[in-house]
Design a protein around this ligand. Structure first.
Ligand SMILES: [Ca+2]
Ligand SMILES: [Ca+2]
Ligand SMILES: [Ca+2]
Length: 282
């Protein structure tokens, strides 16, 4: 390696280990080093990427054809043509995340993603100016080798919010918004004198909950419990309990609050429903 101008880390073969690309100026061939996963690297010596020369200055990786394999753009100086390489891909699995900040900056710069899959823990940070005169795409890309599932993903946002996700589908791009709520309460139909519960699921714990009915804060007592927890329970339901229910979540990070989608609760006579619709009350 002589007159190197720029470099970038990327898992180009999606085996779960970051590989290293180095751009060299003065018409010297560029370098690509494959990570062997044991602390050593092997120089790749054949192929256009390492034999096209070029007065190379900037390096940027992005998956421009969305096949899960990172492609490479190189800017060359002194009026020589730039290089764009399409990754031929392979059989390894992958997953990508496009983050959108709400309280944090919109591009999520500074966010960290910790992914666990196939016995390997990987870290990516969303950063700007990833190389000299160049910028990788802002998506976080992970190769996961032959793993067929993601054990877990933790996203640490600049705001201090943490999101814990499991059940993340592989071989696709996920768009994830900075959020407190993972799943909203569902519409419910209940018979008089029966009970019902509504639940809101959050990406992390330690938040404050306030359930509301028709926009008014609920308080525990009477037939209502859990007004300040993840699950609201209403027992011995009366027609007056029908209405629009939401839950306001207050985060531990400054300024971060979120209100759930509305769950519509209907109170209908089971007898009437049996007669009219010939349906069983669930
Ligand atoms: Ca690799
Ligand atoms: Ca070069
Ligand atoms: Ca690609």
């Amino acid at each position: 390696m002589a007159r190197s101008s720029s470099s970038a880390w990327v898992d180009y073969d999606n085996d779960g280990w970051l590989d290293l690309f180095v751009a060299n100026a003065v018409v010297e061939d560029n370098d690509l080093y494959h990570n062997n996963g044991d602390g050593t690297f092997t120089a790749i010596t054949s192929g256009a990427v390492v034999s096209d020369g070029g007065h190379s200055v900037g390096v940027a990786f992005a998956d421009y054809n969305n096949d899960g394999y990172m492609d490479l753009a190189i800017s060359n100086d002194f009026a020589s043509a730039n290089f764009l390489y399409l990754n031929n891909g392979g059989s390894n699995n992958w997953v990508q995340f496009s983050l959108g900040g709400v309280v944090s900056n919109y591009a999520a710069l500074g966010a960290k993603l910790r992914l666990y899959a196939g016995g390997i823990a990987q870290l990516r940070e969303i950063t700007g100016q990833t190389g000299h005169g160049a910028q990788n795409e802002l998506r976080a890309h992970f190769g996961i080798g032959s793993a067929t599932s993601i054990d877990s993903l933790v996203i640490e946002w600049p705001s201090c919010l943490k999101m814990y996700l499991s059940d993340v589908a592989i071989n696709q791009v996920h768009e994830i918004k900075e959020a407190l709520i993972a799943s909203d309460p569902e519409d419910t139909t209940v018979c008089p004198t029966q009970d019902f519960s509504l639940s809101v699921e959050t990406y992390d714990t330690g938040y404050n909950y306030q359930w509301k009915k028709d926009g008014v804060n609920l308080v525990n007592g009477g037939n209502i419990s859990g007004a300040n927890s993840a699950t609201l329970t209403v027992t011995n339901v009366q027609p007056s309990d029908a209405g629009d229910y939401t839950c306001l979540i207050t985060g531990s990070c400054a300024g971060l609050t979120e209100e759930s989608d509305t769950a519509f609760v209907s109170v209908e006579s089971c007898l009437g429903r049996l007669h009219i619709g010939n349906r069983k009350c669930s």
